[in-house]
Design a protein around this ligand. Structure first.
Ligand code: SIN
Length: 517
């Protein structure tokens, strides 16, 4: 493969696919890398609920108002305008007409529109409770058919290449801070590839795995934020970690119980069957997500209960099984029957509302670096994300960033490719027990001290632990044999520290950032 790429896309979820398609169709040669063995394996694949389309009596203004209300006064107006105006049109063009995602239809033949918390109208389309999977299969299919796109799986991005950090020309430190590609670890050959690109786009997804309990898949370790931060790109709103109110409480890993369950009528109740959320918000179980997650936390604290319960058993059994096959199956595996009993639930880390600061075309503060999807901060979500905006944000910003990146390549204005220092291989063996313990320390620290409820003493304690761990891992990384687990750990602890520092800086409570002091 040529070592000079037009557009390098890191990540293969909906944001990465939309970017790659838009860029390739405008003539750019695109290389998409993912650390997964199967390109499908992404945050998108796990998304259950759905994607915003439009209700019968909807308008961009109504959607914008719901986003802004959920965002607790911190949504960026330009970003809200872009998504509300362009989102439904792109769903039409790309997902419905072109990729032909098999969304569910009602008995009248129209798309089935569902509700979710804090939406004033039912405007979300879905494929049962496996919407992300249906979208990813269809869109990745389109990517695979596109001759201008090369997909490389089993490739872990290590670091972004910048003129100031990696060029062999010492005078490049005087150029504007610029990204020129990435060092990428090939898991099969265990060699490091230097991929030089005119434009680099981070589409690496979320960071939920830096917390002990999360809805996120194994790969969501905050890789993109860590790489961007080390390269000197501005990261924004990192304190706003959204906790999903309802994940299955059992001995295994937390499993998401989609908000669309509540959109379809499920009620959150305490141990006595009382709908306690009305104590906190007039919308009860359908209040904005941050309020519901804290309401559950408070109820658990006050009653000594280990969880809340989610009850949809009043609905028809056959309908539940058809509408929520994934959730029902997972509950069954864990010994619960979604159709006949209330299911124990607890909040878990779900979504990062902040990320790499970008404009309406995904452009970051680092020249030639863009970011799309959860790794980015468009400002759309403000301090708390409205449900089902995330896939739409991937589609809209992916398309816009891909188009803009292709245009930048065509303009030929940024054709400088420096000579890059070759990768220096180290040899010290990595002890898996140490890696596992460092992950556990990071995750427990973030969960206990930088979680749903924060205060200065908890944050200070976290700082003492993570600062030390970050330095220790950095020292070890510098001499260790490179591998996927070490790259992820280094990124995870870096991102945890970025989230923690942002949380320490914000003294007030707002949206998902809640302080008791
Ligand atoms: C869910 O299905 O509850 C998750 C949807 C989202 O996070 O937007």
């Amino acid at each position: 493969m040529s070592d000079r790429i037009d557009v390098l896309v890191i990540g293969s979820g909906l944001g990465g696919c939309a970017t790659a398609l838009a860029a390739a169709r405008r003539g750019a040669r695109v290389v998409m890398v993912t650390k997964a063995q199967r390109a499908e394996d992404s945050n998108t694949w796990e998304a259950q609920g759905g994607i915003i389309y439009r209700a019968e009596d909807d308008s961009p203004e109504l959607l914008a108002a719901d986003i802004v209300t959920a965002g607790a006064g911190l949504c960026k107006p330009e970003a809200v305008g872009i998504l509300s105006r362009e989102g439904p049109r792109l769903v039409d063009e790309i997902l419905l007409r072109e990729a032909r995602v098999p969304f569910d239809h009602g008995t009248n033949g129209d798309l089935d529109l569902t509700a979710e918390a804090a939406h004033s109208r039912p405007r979300i389309i879905h494929r049962a409770d496996g919407t992300g999977r249906a979208i990813e299969e269809a869109v990745l299919g389109a990517v695979r058919r596109e001759p201008n796109i090369t997909i490389l799986t089993g490739r872990t991005a290590i670091d972004l290449l910048t003129l100031s950090h990696h060029s062999r020309n010492p005078l490049d430190i005087y150029a504007p801070p610029t990204c020129v590609g990435a060092y990428v670890f090939d898991q099969a050959s265990r060699r490091v590839e230097t991929l030089l690109a005119r434009e680099t786009v981070l589409a690496t997804g979320g960071l939920g795995r830096i917390f002990l309990h999360t809805t996120n898949p194994a790969g969501a370790c905050g890789d993109g934020v860590a790489m961007a931060y080390r390269a000197g790109a501005r990261c924004l709103n990192m304190q706003f970690i959204q906790f999903h109110p309802t994940t299955l409480y059992h001995s295994g890993e937390r499993f998401l119980l989609s908000e669309s369950l509540r959109g379809e009528g499920a009620k959150l109740v305490d141990g006595r069957g009382r709908e306690f959320m009305f104590d906190h918000h007039p919308d009860g179980s359908l209040a904005p997500r941050d309020i519901v997650a804290r309401g559950i936390h408070q109820m658990m604290h006050e009653t000594g209960s280990p969880c809340a319960w989610l009850d949809i058993s009043h609905k028809d059994k056959a309908w539940i099984l058809e509408r929520f096959p994934t959730v029902a199956g997972k509950c069954r595996e864990a010994g619960f029957d979604l159709t006949s009993q209330a299911i124990p639930v607890v909040p878990a880390a779900h979504y990062s509302c902040g990320g790499v600061d970008v404009d309406g075309e995904g452009r970051s503060s680092l020249h030639r670096l863009r970011a799309v999807g959860e790794v980015s901060c468009t400002g759309l979500h403000g301090a708390n994300r409205l449900a089902s905006t995330s896939l739409l944000e991937c589609l809209v910003w992916g398309t816009r960033a891909g188009e803009a990146a292709a245009a930048a390549c065509r303009s030929g204005a940024d054709d400088y490719f420096p000579e890059i220092a070759p990768w220096e291989y180290e040899a010290e063996p990595v002890d898996p027990a140490l890696v596992a313990q460092d992950w556990l320390t990071t995750r427990q620290t973030m969960w206990n001290y930088v979680g749903l409820v924060r205060n200065r003493r908890r944050l200070d304690r976290a700082h003492a632990i993570l600062r030390e761990l970050h330095m220790e891992i950095g020292r070890f990384y510098a001499k260790a044999e490179l591998g996927d687990s070490l790259i992820s750990l280094r990124n995870g602890v870096q991102t945890a520290l970025v989230v923690l520092l942002a949380a320490m800086e914000m003294r007030e409570s707002r949206g998902c950032h809640y302080r008791t002091d």
